[in-house]
Design a protein around this ligand. Structure first.
Ligand code: 4AD
Ligand code: MG
Length: 502
């Protein structure tokens, strides 16, 4: 559009005329003045229209403008400290409706999560969703920059895969001209081939796992970045992961402080993230789960959550009576919104409290050899103020390609990085088994079809080298950085068991 000004450019144009394009987030009239809150891709701006000779032809339409009608408005930019963004558009000279909107489903009234996800295609227009998606874009840019700046070569791996990448239990099978193939669970195996040509490589793309449970950490389609490096050892790999995480955390904190605050994120735990991250072995994690520290943590949780429920009940009583005695519609609406929020929080707390005894039991009875579950990871990460690397897991619970620990071959040279504040695993990585015969026997152990891995074994036949890498999940990382309880808001159109619309 010629002569169009974006809302975020307005502060530079105070005193000048401007033409805005966007959608009406809110419109109301008070006598001879209409207030339209205009939203464009870059922000919100209040537009103030007075009824006069100039505006007479459109004033009556504008003052009743329905939510999400698309319009264009021309006027003069005024500085006003009280306004959103510090400016307003006044002295309106032109106004035109581009596309009307009737009965927009997402109103300022409270809506349930199910409803909002059914209207995901519209929900992006709300401020909070807009913010999360912008932070996601920065996170992805920070990820690419980190690897590009360090000489890593981007290598795109296929999505149709003829064999298992990570584990047989989460494969999505597709019909490939009559033959079964799978959606990629990881790009790693292909990336290992790239690594023997370019040494430092990464792939970044959508990844698929048929996760048959609905949890707050699992999607069936998520984005993963995976670097792979030749001639590296486990401690150097951890160092790379640490540098990488520090770099993306700092970038997001730097570019989005205000946005994170607007999401209600407490910045203190993020500001605290400094090197070195904690490095513990699986055995230490097991000991931690059995310790009094872990039990006390959960007991304290129980007390705190119960106290919070009592406070919410008290608050709910007051809100109910405020809603009943409210005389104005907006007062009732506000009370109703707060009641809904309090009830949601209460229901969540109830659920968490109900789970605590299970978590206590799982931790206390955790047996060496098992994989750390979600609640175990939560306990370990909450007992540390920075990210924690947990290394050297038992080989049985990890993928076939992980390098056996030559000092104790019950273990593999792997690591998971657990994010603080209970966010759990955001990175999984390992050294790769570079010995042909050991790898072959591991393929047999996992009952995998050797023919499918012949090319992969070639990498060990022709100049094998120690190498390793890791994968970071974008959505889990974003949930952690934004302080979101659930992963589902971190991806534009989440795919989970029972959720593929829209
Ligand atoms: O630990 P994972 O399964 O590791 C791999 O796929 C390796 N091939 C990576 C590598 O070494 N190149 O997954 C890595 C990360 C997890 O730590 C988590 O952040 C994310 O991918 N992830 C998921 N995110 C959302 N939903 C799921 N179902 C996820 N599964 C894994
Ligand atoms: Mg993992």
């Amino acid at each position: 559009m010629k002569n169009r000004t974006y809302i975020n450019e307005l502060p530079k144009r105070v005193g000048q005329s401007a033409t805005l394009y966007g959608w009406s987030a809110k419109a109301r009239a008070a006598g001879k003045i209409a207030f339209i809150t205009l939203r464009d891709g870059t922000g919100l701006c209040q537009c103030v229209m007075e009824k006069n000779d100039r505006t007479a032809p459109f004033f009556d339409t504008a003052k009743k403008l329905s939510q999400e009608s698309s319009i264009t408005l021309s006027g003069t930019v005024h500085a006003d400290e009280r306004a959103i963004g510090g400016v307003e558009l006044r002295d309106i000279t032109a106004c035109e409706i581009i596309g009307p909107s009737t009965d927009y489903p997402i109103t300022p009234k409270p809506h349930g999560v199910e409803f909002l996800f059914k209207h995901r295609h519209l929900w992006f227009r709300s401020e909070r969703q807009h913010t999360i998606i912008r932070i996601r874009a920065t996170l992805i840019d920070a990820i690419r920059r980190f690897f590009n700046d360090r000489g890593f070569i981007l290598f795109d791996t296929p999505i149709f895969a003829p064999a298992v990448g990570e584990g047989t239990s989460t494969l999505f099978q597709v019909d490939y001209f009559g033959d079964p193939v799978y959606l990629a669970q990881t790009g790693q195996l292909y990336l290992e081939a790239a690594c023997m040509a370019h040494e430092r490589v990464y792939c970044f793309g959508p990844t698929f796992r048929a996760e048959k449970s609905k949890t707050r950490r699992h999607l069936t389609e998520f984005w993963m970045v995976e670097p792979e490096v030749a001639f590296i050892h486990l401690d150097e790999l951890l160092q790379l992961a640490e540098d990488f995480v520090l770099s993306v955390v700092h970038r997001v904190l730097n570019d989005h402080r205000q946005d994170l605050i607007s999401l209600g994120r407490d910045l203190a735990p993020l500001d605290q993230i400094k090197p070195p991250f904690h490095r513990i072995r699986y055995q230490d994690a097991v000991d931690t789960l059995h310790s009094d520290k872990a039990r006390h943590l959960l007991e304290r949780d129980l007390d705190e959550k119960s106290a919070r429920i009592a406070a919410l009940d008290e608050n709910l009583k007051q809100l109910e009576s405020r809603r009943e005695s409210a005389t104005k519609a907006w007062e009732q609406e506000k009370a109703a919104q707060e009641i809904q929020a309090a009830r949601e929080e209460r229901a969540e707390l109830e659920e968490q409290i109900a789970n605590i005894p299970t978590h206590v039991k799982l931790a206390a009875e955790f047996e060496w050899g098992g994989d750390l579950g979600g609640s175990d990871e939560t306990i370990i990460s909450r007992l540390h103020d920075r990210p924690v690397f947990v290394t050297h897991y038992p080989r049985e619970v990890k993928a076939f390609y992980m390098r056996l620990d030559r000092a104790d071959n019950r273990l593999v040279e792997n690591f998971d990085m657990l994010a603080p504040e209970g966010y759990g695993e955001v990175i999984g990585g390992s050294m790769r088994e570079e010995d042909h015969d050991i790898l072959l026997s591991r393929i047999h152990d996992h009952a995998l079809p050797v023919e499918a891995f012949n090319w992969y074994l070639d990498l060990r036949r022709y100049g094998t080298v120690p190498h390793g890498g890791f994968g970071l999940g974008v959505e889990r990382t974003l949930a952690w950085l934004c302080g979101l309880k659930h992963i589902r808001e971190t991806i534009p159109f989440p795919r989970m068991m029972g959720k593929v619309y829209p």
